[in-house]
Design a protein around this ligand. Structure first.
Ligand code: PLP
Length: 379
C-alpha cells in the first residue's frame, strides 16, 4: 500500500490553500496568446512608475558581489531606516518582504494552543500563517468593510497571543485614524502583541494620519511592519521590516533566516530611501489615479470602497467573475477578491493615467457585454 504523503503534513498545513497572487503578465500572454507588451497588470498593488533610478544604479553597483553572502545584519539599510524614522537599529527586523516578517512574528509568539485575532476581509497572509503553525485564527466580522476595532479587542481571550491590524487594509483600502488606533492599543492587554501592518502608510495624507512608530514608546506590545514593495517600488526584490522594542526584535532575529534579504535588495532599499522625489511622484500618481477611477466608477454607477491605499475595490455586481474574464480577454489583469469573501468586488491597483483609462474603457465594455447577455436571456 502506498503512503499518502499529504496526510503526513502537520494538521494546519493539510487544509491550507496557497496564497493566490495576481496573475503574471506572461502567464496571461501564454494562456490567451496575447502580446505581453499589450497587457496591463493592475492586480498586485505594484508601483506603476517602475523602479527608482537610484535603486537601479545601486543594484548595478552591487552585481559584482553576487558571489558573496549578503550582510546578514543589513547594517547600512538599518542605518538608513534609523535616520529616516528616528529609531534605533536594534528595533528593526528585516524580512524577505514584510510577508516574511509577518510569518516570523507568528512563529515566534504563537503555537498550537494560541489564538490569533484578525478582521474579516483582512490581508490573506494573517489567516494563512496562523493556520500553517496550527494556531486558531479568530476572524472578527468587519464593519463597513473595515476593521471593527472594538469587536477585535473584545475577541481577545486568555489564549490570544497576537492581533493583526492592517492600516490601511488590503483588499478593502479602509483605514483608521490615530485616535482610533490609540484607543484600540490601550484596550489590548500588555501580554498580547499587536502587529500594525503599515504596508501602505506612505500613501496616507492629512488628518488622522497614523504613524505606528510614534506609538512604540507608549505601547511596548506593538510591532509595526512596513515594506519596500508598494510606494517604494521594489516588490520583486522582497524587502520588508518590522519596528518594535529591541527585546521583541531580538526574539524575531533568532528565528528569521540569517540571510533573508539579499545584497541587491539591501542596496536598492538603502538607495531608494534617499530618493525623496520618487516617493513624491508615487504619491502624486496614486492620488491622481485614484480620483480618475473614482469619478469613472461614479459615471458607471458602480459602488466602491473609499481607499487609502494604492488600489480600490469596486462592486461590479454578481457577475464579477465573468467581468474579470472579459477584462482578461482585453489584456487587463485586475484582482478578483471572491477568496476574501467579496464575490461582487474586483480590486484594481492604481496605474499610470493611460493604464487607468484603458481599464475604465475595458470595464465599461465588459459591463455592457454582461448586461446585454442578461437582457438576451430575458433576465
Ligand atoms: C502588500 C502587502 C504586504 C507586504 O508585502 P511584501 O511584498 O511581502 O512586503 C503586507 N501587508 C499588506 C496588507 C499588503 O497589502
Amino acid at each position: 500500500m502506498s503512503i499518502d504523503y499529504q496526510s503526513l503534513a502537520v494538521r494546519g498545513v493539510q487544509a491550507l490553500s496557497p496564497y493566490q497572487p495576481g496573475k503574471p503578465i506572461d502567464e496571461l500572454a501564454r494562456e490567451l496568446d496575447l502580446d505581453p507588451d499589450s497587457i496591463i497588470k493592475l492586480a498586485s498593488n505594484e508601483n506603476p512608475l517602475g523602479p527608482s533610478s537610484k535603486a537601479l544604479a545601486a543594484v548595478r553597483e552591487t552585481l559584482n558581489d553576487l558571489c558573496r553572502y549578503p550582510d546578514g545584519n543589513g547594517f547600512e539599510l538599518k542605518q538608513a531606516l534609523s535616520a529616516r524614522y528616528g529609531i534605533r537599529p536594534s528595533q528593526i527586523t528585516l524580512g524577505n518582504g514584510s510577508n516574511d516578517v509577518l510569518e516570523v512574528i507568528t512563529r515566534c509568539f504563537a503555537d498550537q494552543a494560541s489564538e490569533v485575532v484578525f478582521s474579516q476581509y483582512a490581508f490573506a497572509v494573517y489567516p494563512l500563517v496562523t493556520q500553517a503553525i496550527g494556531a486558531t485564527g479568530v476572524s472578527v466580522p468587519a464593519r463597513d468593510y473595515g476593521h471593527d476595532l472594538d469587536a477585535m479587542a473584545a475577541a481577545v481571550t486568555g489564549r490570544t497571543r497576537l492581533v493583526f491590524v492592517a492600516n490601511p487594509n488590503n483588499p478593502t483600502g479602509t483605514v483608521h485614524g490615530a485616535e482610533a488606533i490609540e484607543r484600540f492599543l490601550a484596550s489590548i492587554p500588555e501580554q498580547v502583541l499587536v502587529v500594525l501592518d503599515e504596508a501602505y502608510c506612505e500613501y496616507l495624507q492629512g488628518d488622522g494620519y497614523v504613524d505606528g512608530i510614534s506609538l512604540l514608546e507608549r505601547f511596548p506590545n506593538l510591532i509595526v511592519t512596513r515594506t519596500f514593495s508598494k510606494a517604494w517600488g521594489l516588490a520583486s526584490l522582497r524587502v520588508g521590516y518590522s519596528i518594535s522594542s529591541p527585546e521583541i526584535a531580538n526574539v524575531l532575529n533568532r528565528v528569521r533566516q540569517p540571510f533573508n534579504v539579499d545584497s541587491l535588495a539591501l542596496a536598492a532599499a538603502t538607495a531608494v530611501l534617499g530618493d525623496e522625489s520618487y516617493l513624491q511622484r508615487s504619491r502624486e500618481v496614486n492620488a491622481r489615479g485614484m480620483a480618475q477611477l473614482e469619478s469613472a466608477f461614479k459615471e458607471l454607477g458602480l459602488d466602491y470602497i473609499p481607499s487609502a491605499g494604492n488600489f480600490i475595490a469596486v462592486d461590479v455586481g454578481e457577475q464579477a467573475g465573468q467581468i474579470n474574464q472579459l477584462l482578461l480577454e482585453q489584456g487587463v489583469i485586475v484582482r478578483p477578491v471572491a477568496g476574501y469573501g467579496m464575490p461582487r468586488h474586483l480590486r484594481v491597483s492604481i496605474g499610470l493615467p493611460e493604464e487607468n483609462d484603458r481599464f475604465i474603457e475595458s470595464l465599461a465594455r465588459a459591463l455592457d457585454t454582461v448586461s446585454a447577455s442578461e437582457f438576451g436571456q430575458g433576465a
